[in-house]
Ligand binder design. Structure first.
Ligand code: NI
Length: 257
């Protein structure tokens, strides 16, 4: 019993074997997958997957690296319309990315703020992408009152200090492939400290494949490897991690049983 709270199974990387990949996830005991549509191309393909498979849910939002391409008013209205769809469980992934820097910081921040405001209006949780922007992400979440809706810090890579602030802001902390890497000291330490009732797991497939698939294509079935690593770090059984993170996913996203 596991839920992959973050995947991109609509990615062209799955074009040759998407159905088999999804079937493997089911065989591995994955009972729900949240697919993330994050720009003009991937929002429609995410909705197609969510409509086709009963156990696939959707999050839709505008990614910070694509912020420059957003037609703010028009695309916010599009996201708002999609949020009325019964399979759309969150707005995301949204946030800040200072690593790629493909969109100017001020544009990223405006797009992020507007989507937090939309989420509050629609009472939807948000899925946060944060790369090399820890302080600004936390500051904007605080300034915009994001605690009112909460959500998920996706593939969290920050320090415990940042994690603690995100927990205070009503967010769940989600871990992916990197916690399975031998040299990943900080994510392991942070995972150990995150309270069980705020812990989530994910793949971010096709990216960030866990050990021993590191560097190769990731898929939702591999969330079992993240669960095993989390269980070892927490000193509890994989079964227990499954129960805890599945319940948390349901609490956070309202994914039905
Ligand atoms: Ni993602």
């Amino acid at each position: 019993m596991l839920i992959d709270t973050h995947a991109h199974l609509d990615s062209p990387k799955f074009d040759s074997d998407r159905e088999e990949t999804i079937a493997r996830a089911r065989q591995a005991g994955i009972e729900a997958i949240v697919n993330i549509g994050f720009n003009r191309d991937t929002i429609p393909t995410t909705m197609e997957l969510a409509e086709r498979y009963p156990f696939i849910y959707a999050a839709v939002g505008w990614h910070p690296t694509d912020a420059i391409d957003m037609k703010l008013e028009e695309d916010l209205a599009w996201i708002e319309r999609l949020c009325a769809h019964p399979k759309v469980v969150a707005i995301g992934e949204i946030g800040l990315d200072y690593y790629w820097d493909t969109s100017p910081k001020d544009v990223q921040q405006t797009v992020f703020r507007e989507q937090i405001r939309l989420a509050k209006r629609l009472k939807k949780p948000i899925v946060i992408h944060n790369r090399d922007a820890h302080e600004d992400v936390v500051r904007l979440l605080r300034e915009e009152g994001a605690a009112e809706v909460g959500g998920i810090m996706h593939c969290f890579s920050g320090s415990w200090e940042i994690a603690r602030q995100c927990l205070d802001l009503n967010f769940y902390i989600s871990f992916g492939g990197p916690v399975t890497f031998k040299n990943a000291r900080v994510p392991k330490e942070v995972l150990a400290k995150v309270p069980n009732d705020r812990l989530l797991i994910e793949t971010d497939a096709p990216y960030l494949a866990p050990h021993p698939h590191r560097g190769k294509r990731n898929e939702s079935a591999f969330v079992t490897l993240v669960a095993e690593a989390a269980a070892e770090i927490k000193g509890i059984s994989v079964d227990e991690i499954g129960k805890i993170t599945t319940q948390n996913s349901r609490d956070c996203l309202g994914v039905p049983r």
